[in-house]
Design a protein around this ligand. Sequence first.
Ligand SMILES: Cc1cc2nc3c(=O)[nH]c(=O)nc-3n(C[C@H](O)[C@H](O)[C@H](O)COP(=O)(O)OP(=O)(O)OC[C@H]3O[C@@H](n4cnc5c(N)ncnc54)[C@H](O)[C@@H]3O)c2cc1C
Length: 430
Amino acid sequence: MSADIHIAIIGAGAAGLAAAIFAAETRPDLKIVLFDSARSLGAKILVSGGGRCNVTNAVISAKDFHAPPRIVERVLKRFTKHDTLRWFESLGVSLKQEATGKIFPVSNKARTVLQALLRQCEKLGIEIRTNHCVQGIRKIQQQFQIQTNGGVFTAQRIIMATGGKSLPKSGSNGSGWSVMQQLGHTITDCHPALVPLVLSEIFFHKNLSGISHEAMLLTTVDGKTVDRRTGSVLWTHFGISGPVIMDASRFWVKGHAQGRLTTQAMSFFPEQTFEDVDRWLLEMSLREPQRSLVTLLSQRLPQRVAKTLCVYVSKKYSLPPHSHSPDVEIAALPINQLPRLSRRVLTHTLTGLHLPIERSRGWNFAEVTAGGIPLQEVNVNSMESRKISGLYVVGEILDCDGRIGGFNFQWAWATGYIAGRNVGQGLSRR
Ligand SMILES: Cc1cc2nc3c(=O)[nH]c(=O)nc-3n(C[C@H](O)[C@H](O)[C@H](O)COP(=O)(O)OP(=O)(O)OC[C@H]3O[C@@H](n4cnc5c(N)ncnc54)[C@H](O)[C@@H]3O)c2cc1C
């Protein structure tokens, strides 16, 4: 059996396109074919970063990823943020850095990124076969037989870049994992990550829909803190979203899926303790006794949030003063009239509001996958599988997920670069 393809890349998303380009630049003499199950390419790149594609970040370290840090570091060192910047400039895509550190194309259009990658594939003579879903791969002697819905192909090397399961309608539906399992690889438990969270119907989130503010989020599993982070929260009609929620979601989703007692609590005063906030309320009650509670809290929080929290606290704990509409009353209450117990209950809520999370919004709304092929199963110097020689693995299919901010694309470019530079080694010229 003689292989008609030198290098077959399965999956033409960010990692697959990068791998194909670096492989073709390193070995222009080889026949390189990209297979993708989707009819049109790059759906995920096009929707990324709100349609602007956050390609990388100004500061990147292993701490931005959930995977063994020493292994991640070795990957990040091989293709840094500077390499990403230079690479995109060389592809004709000018990039700009925003105040948050996120880096986007100057055009503010994800399409600029996709088109540049596809243009480079074309220039390098890389063949792209869309609508080719890879259903199985067998290694027969030194070659791979690739079973697709469009026929059987043979290749000398394979780069597996089928992504995870986030946004399955884009084509990344987890089918690549089954192919890898058949080849003897392990797949860890996989969960949606960078995903918004749905709150109990009876909670107050609908009143706050569209409002965002800074908060600290604490996630505990079986009573132990597994994550603490500060950032922007966005209240929505279904529950909560925004960067800090998305980043923390993987911890809640995982703990919950494992049937463990998993909680998230939000502090509206990120850098302050219960005592700090309680003292502040006390001080203010002396300094400006006639000021209403809601006016005071509105100094630090959006007014609607301040009001809603007062209503919530007085309803939930039936706080005094009792009247016909106790909720309105506590908000309007001059602070020096707030009973000590009510003040302390309010402070508990302000510094550790329990979020009644029902579920995540699932794979259709997840930006990335937590879980996949363990990094220990590949040699990250080349991205070659430790189980099957000639098989390389890149991108989100691996068990490594980054936080929001361009880190997942950096992982895709970096792993694609390493595999692309190494995959052609040892292949004879055509
Ligand atoms: C809404 C959204 C916004 C995002 N925004 C950002 C952002 O701004 N910055 C950032 O860094 N990250 C972002 N991400 C994450 C980032 O897009 C992904 O981590 C990255 O695209 C993963 O690249 P990949 O090539 O490994 O996988 P994918 O992009 O998922 O590509 C996999 C490809 O493989 C194909 N495929 C799957 N199975 C098969 C099969 N069996 N046979 C053939 N082909 C197959 C799929 O069709 C797909 O084209 C976002 C994700 C989403 C969903």
